[in-house]
Ligand binder design. Structure first.
Ligand SMILES: Nc1nc2c(ncn2[C@@H]2O[C@H](COP(=O)(O)OP(=O)(O)OP(=O)(O)O)[C@@H](O)[C@H]2O)c(=O)[nH]1
Ligand SMILES: [Mg+2]
Length: 314
């Protein structure tokens, strides 16, 4: 049992991930939906597949496995959940099931605001969930400058997605103006792609199948989460990393509403002192949240890195 499994001094609801048999890792897959989703999963170090329109297939990244959807297939995935399975062509359903079958945890990526991503991500999340996977959706919300039409499309899709996935992490693009100002749009989106893939990679590094059971029990209804990440070096590295994570442009809601914090601490040989320090700083910021944390040893990291997902976003 690793040292950090039990943090004795914590009186509150703080529990370590990495539960049960550490060798029983979940089977993971990433699915990118629409143009944005396909771009986001480029180079993602897990099995992955893109789902997109013929146009996005033409313009999409090369060397990526993609399923190209016809208009009929897109519209069947847009059906209300109660009709979803019955409205699908059998061959199409078989193709989708073959992509999802046997995976314990599926990460969905999309940019809400366009047609494909907004309209089929909720249906796909529902299908993955019905097939037994834990579903974590990571989606961007359009820049204000993209106009009210895209924002409305995203706002309509979001509650349905939150209801369908186990966890939905949103990244309003406007937050990028603080993180990566003055970049051309393409490069800005690339920055976002890199940010959005951090929590899934961190989770992939710590979660066991036992954790998935525990998370399923704790997340009965969909959670709407936001992400912050920070890094620290030197004597105060834990405080610096947590403070940087909490300066996230996406923690712009009332943090008193946070009921769950997923915290992943990564570094080269993270000791128990560091773990307790980090958790103490997180607790002080979100005293109403239960904390689930994991520790990832990564010899390539010079800094201590802390990734935090908080639920309670509106
Ligand atoms: N992170 C990221 N976001 C993107 C990218 N391209 C577009 N976006 C954002 O995602 C939203 C949806 O755009 P797309 O993914 O192109 O739309 P789609 O889902 O393919 O839908 P249609 O093309 O309308 O069928 C946009 O409004 C942008 O805010 C990208 O490469 N990366
Ligand atoms: Mg597109």
């Amino acid at each position: 049992m690793p040292l950090w499994t039990i943090v004795h001094r914590m009186a509150r609801d703080v529990r370590s991930l990495g539960y049960g048999d550490m060798t029983m890792r979940p089977r993971l897959k990433a699915i990118g939906i629409g143009g944005a989703g396909c771009n986001t999963i480029t180079g993602f170090p897990l099995p992955s597949v893109g789902l997109c329109s013929p146009l996005d297939h033409l313009n999409g990244p090369s060397n990526q496995r993609r399923l190209v959807l016809s208009d009929e297939e897109v519209s069947s995935l847009r059906s209300p959940f109660s009709h979803l399975l019955s409205s699908m062509d059998r061959t199409f359903l078989r193709r989708l099931k073959a992509e999802v079958d046997g995976y314990d945890l599926i990460f969905l990526f999309a940019g809400l605001g366009g047609e494909t991503g907004s309209h089929i991500t909720p249906g796909l999340a529902h299908l993955c969930r019905r097939m037994g996977s834990l579903v974590v959706a990571s989606v961007t919300l359009p820049f204000s400058a993209e106009g009210s039409g895209r924002r409305e499309t995203a706002a309509k899709a979001l509650p349905t997605l939150i209801g369908a996935a186990h966890l939905t992490v949103t990244y309003p693009n406007d937050g990028l103006i603080r993180v990566a100002p003055n970049l051309p749009l393409r490069r800005t989106f690339k920055v976002m792609d890199n940010i959005m893939t951090v929590p899934p990679q961190d989770l992939a590094g710590v979660l066991t199948r036992g954790d998935l059971k525990m998370l399923r029990a704790e997340i009965a209804s969909g959670g709407h989460m936001r992400m912050g990440a920070g890094a620290g070096m030197g004597m105060q590295k834990e405080r610096v990393a947590v403070s940087e994570a909490f300066s996230s442009p996406w923690f712009d809601f009332d943090l008193d509403n946070a009921r769950l914090a997923l915290v992943i601490i990564s570094g080269r040989g993270v000791d128990q002192f560091s773990v307790e320090e980090v958790l103490g700083h997180v607790e002080a910021r979100v005293p109403g949240a239960k904390i689930r944390y994991g520790v990832r040893s990564d010899p390539s990291l010079e800094n201590l890195r802390v990734t935090i997902l908080l639920d309670g976003a509106p």
